[in-house]
Design a protein around this ligand. Structure first.
Ligand SMILES: *Cc1c(COP(=O)(O)O)cnc(C)c1O
Length: 364
């Protein structure tokens, strides 16, 4: 039995007719940038997922960039984030001229360790970018308490955590700003690039809306420095078709995860921790094993697709060589990068395929 790591064609084949009808309507109406489809998607997203207001943007990196602009981070400022994440979590800090500072993660949830965050704070620290990695919410109460104590701006990178909750609250509403991605491989994927910006505060929302369209409210009048962060009409149209399915897809991911958690019994495997405070949406199901590379080869021979997410922590990436970190700076992130392997988890997997993965892991 073959189990691919991810197969986007199944979902898109099933939705082909409504998707192409929606895209065709957008094409015929030439609603190419923002417009009705995007506005409807914003309203549906806010209502379905429990946000007061939402701005659709042109990638998941864009809302992080916009959030860093609004936070007022700049040269000389330090912003703390996790070293074990996708690089984009940190890019916004660089785009506004501030300096990324890393704090190590917890071994169980792969998310920021609040104690390490507190230890990384200096008089120059201005904010924290919290990542809810693999769909698992981070320890927000502790992180928000630290932020309040030190007057820090909090951005939640929810790119992998759409639909996840912390103590019953949707992720992205505990900090100042929450950001999302609709890159095709995400839990809610577009037919191209997309993202969203969620702010608790209406003033922040209005400012971000202006920044999204070249810093303007009125065409050709530019009150603040902005950029082009607009979502295109096709993404709004397709995401509107897909959004009603998200809750079912998420439930299926959680059911697959439950099957993995109950079924994987291989000695020395570390399964992802599920703290009682939150509900993960399992963007990834990532395990650790001391002989990870051999386990991965074993799974390949059993026709189970896997991926290494992520093989190199941010502080060891070449682009951040100038920050002064090295091997040993963040032992938990490094151990995780060296021992993690992600198993297939997407809604269209059958129970038979999931059981095949479990059997393949357990037979290592
Ligand atoms: C996908 C992702 C982003 C945003 O990426 P885009 O490719 O710009 O949509 C940001 N942070 C994390 C953790 C991600 O996984």
């Amino acid at each position: 039995m073959k189990v691919p790591f991810l197969d986007l064609s199944l979902q898109h084949r099933a939705l082909r007719e409504p998707a192409l009808a929606a895209l065709t309507a957008t094409y015929d109406a030439t609603r190419f940038c923002l417009g009705k489809d995007v506005e409807e998607f914003e309203a549906n997203f806010a209502k379905t997922l429990g946000y007061p207001r939402v701005l659709a943007m042109n990638s998941g990196t864009s809302p992080l960039h916009v959030a860093c602009m609004i936070a007022g981070f700049g040269p000389g400022d330090e912003v703390i984030t996790a070293p074990f994440t996708f690089i984009s979590s940190a890019w916004g800090i660089n785009y506004v001229g501030a300096t990324p500072v890393f704090a190590d993660i917890e071994p169980g949830t792969y998310n920021l360790d609040p104690e390490k965050v507190e230890a990384a704070i200096t008089p120059r620290t201005k904010g924290i970018i919290v990542v809810h990695l693999f769909g698992q919410p981070a320890r927000m109460d502790e992180l928000i308490a630290i932020a309040r104590k030190h007057g820090l701006y909090v951005i939640e990178d929810c790119a992998q955590a759409i639909g996840a909750s912390y103590k019953g609250k949707p992720v992205g509403l505990m900090g100042d700003v929450g950001t999302f991605s609709f890159y095709p491989t995400k839990n809610l994927g577009g037919c191209g690039e997309g993202g969203a910006f969620v702010a608790k505060d209406e003033g922040v929302h209005i400012k971000a809306r202006h920044i999204r369209v070249h810093g303007s409210d009125r065409r050709y009048y530019h009150d603040i420095v902005g950029g082009n962060f607009r979502m295109d009409g096709f993404q709004g149209a397709l995401l509107n078709v897909k959004l009603p399915y998200l809750a079912g897809w998420t439930a299926r991911r959680q059911a697959i995860a439950a099957r993995y958690l109950a079924g994987i019994t291989l000695a020395e495997v570390q399964l992802p921790e599920q703290p009682a405070y939150g509900r993960s949406v399992f963007h990834q199901f990532t395990i650790r094993h001391p002989r990870r590379d051999m386990l991965r080869e074993h799974l390949t021979r059993a026709e189970v697709g896997t991926d290494l997410i992520y093989p190199v922590p941010l502080h060891l990436q070449k682009c951040y060589a100038g920050l002064g970190y090295g091997i040993g700076s963040f032992p938990v992130s490094e151990l995780t990068a060296n021992t993690c392997v992600s198993l297939p988890i997407f809604p269209e997997l059958t129970d038979g395929q999931v059981d095949h993965v479990i059997a393949a892991v357990n037979s290592f």
